[in-house]
Design a protein around this ligand. Structure first.
Ligand SMILES: [Zn+2]
Length: 359
């Protein structure tokens, strides 16, 4: 058997054209190179519009197409036909309020796809793509230029006092395939966050507010085993699409040292109200739950940054702390937490109204 196999192999090798019979050389199709990426943000002195300009140097003239994706993730995709990236980073973090990140890929060695991740979806008038011819005299290469204007005018706030008529998004952290943190007694974060959020919803509705939950049962909001950005993007969309007044993300904390304890609240400073919302909720929550006051922190979390309205992420307590794990799992304590959050929201709207309520 083995000898027969060997013979077959030799015959195959002899019959292969490359073995002895060179095939006619094919002249390679010329493919241009994308050699440099530059970007800059600027603000129009007259209109006050902020924008970002991405500029791609290309070694030859190319064709460009684009598509503006609203869902599942807000992205602008620019296809450069007949050029591939050369010695440039395949991923660039822009980390601005207009665009998050660029990814440059070429799956066929002929064309490139530039994916621009955006904090919020663009309207068609919010971006422009142009090509600029190369100029031998000034030594300028051919360029593909993508201009993106800051898409949505900043949300207009008009906060009045009281909870009646307010529209609030509640995001019970994790869910479905993502259990979140798990305490020593196996209490899962996704269960605690949902239980508390449902109680907050009831209390808010009793006070006359309208509530949107990102999930009202044990499930992934976007899809099971999805990526973090898809999942978080879907949660943010519940707030942005329903134009809620504030967005409240509910989590429970975890740390290696089981003694670490307490309640903390995070915000991202994107309006004059985010910090006020965090402080209002933190103060009321700590006085309701009696846990260690860890204070408020500025944090660059996806949901805080991508929501258009004031938003907070609450870490109720530590599941890694056996005492807090027990408390977080009891209905009585969950009710205290819920009442603390609702009192904090009420106090936020009152303080915001006192400050004038506008932008
Ligand atoms: Zn969490």
């Amino acid at each position: 058997m083995q000898r027969a196999f060997c013979l077959v192999l030799i015959l195959l090798l002899l019959l292969t054209p490359a073995f002895g019979f060179a095939s006619a050389p094919v002249s390679p199709r010329t493919v241009a190179k994308i050699t440099q990426v530059r970007w800059d943000t600027y603000t129009d002195g007259v209109t006050g519009t902020s924008s970002i300009r991405l500029s791609f140097d290309v070694s030859d003239s190319v064709q460009v197409t684009a598509q503006n994706n609203v869902a599942p993730l807000p992205q602008l995709v620019v296809n450069i036909i007949g050029a591939v990236p050369e010695k440039i980073a395949s991923s660039i973090n822009l980390d601005t309020k207009i665009a998050d990140k660029i990814n440059i890929t070429s799956s066929d060695g002929q064309n490139s796809k530039i994916t621009i991740d955006l904090p919020v979806a663009l309207n068609d008038g919010d971006y422009k793509i142009l090509t600029l011819p190369g100029d031998l005299n000034t030594n300028k290469p051919f360029r593909v230029v993508v201009d993106i204007n800051k898409p949505t005018p900043p949300a207009v706030f008009n906060f009045t006092s009281g909870l009646k008529g307010k529209v609030i998004a509640l995001d019970p952290g994790h869910g479905g395939s993502d259990v979140g943190a798990v305490g020593p007694d196996n209490i899962q974060e996704k269960t605690v966050t949902l239980a508390v959020a449902l109680r907050v919803k009831d209390l808010l509705e009793q006070a006359g507010a309208k509530v949107y939950l990102t999930r009202n049962d044990d499930r992934d909001v976007y899809a099971p085993d999805d990526s973090a950005t898809e999942e978080l993007g879907a949660r943010v969309a519940v707030g942005n699409e329903n134009k809620v007044d504030v967005f409240v993300d509910i989590h429970a904390n975890y740390f290696g040292n089981p003694k670490v304890s307490g309640t903390g609240t995070y915000y991202y400073l994107k309006s004059s109200y985010d910090k006020l919302l965090a402080q209002s909720i933190q103060d009321s929550l700590v006085s309701a739950d009696g846990l260690n006051d860890r204070g408020i922190y500025a944090a660059n979390f996806y949901v805080l940054k991508h929501t258009l309205m004031p938003a907070v992420l609450i870490e109720l307590g530590f599941l890694s702390n056996p005492n807090e794990e027990k408390q977080l799992n009891t209905p009585q304590f969950q009710q205290k937490l819920a009442q603390g959050i609702v009192n904090g929201l009420d106090s936020f709207f009152n303080s915001a109204a006192q400050q004038g309520g506008g932008n």
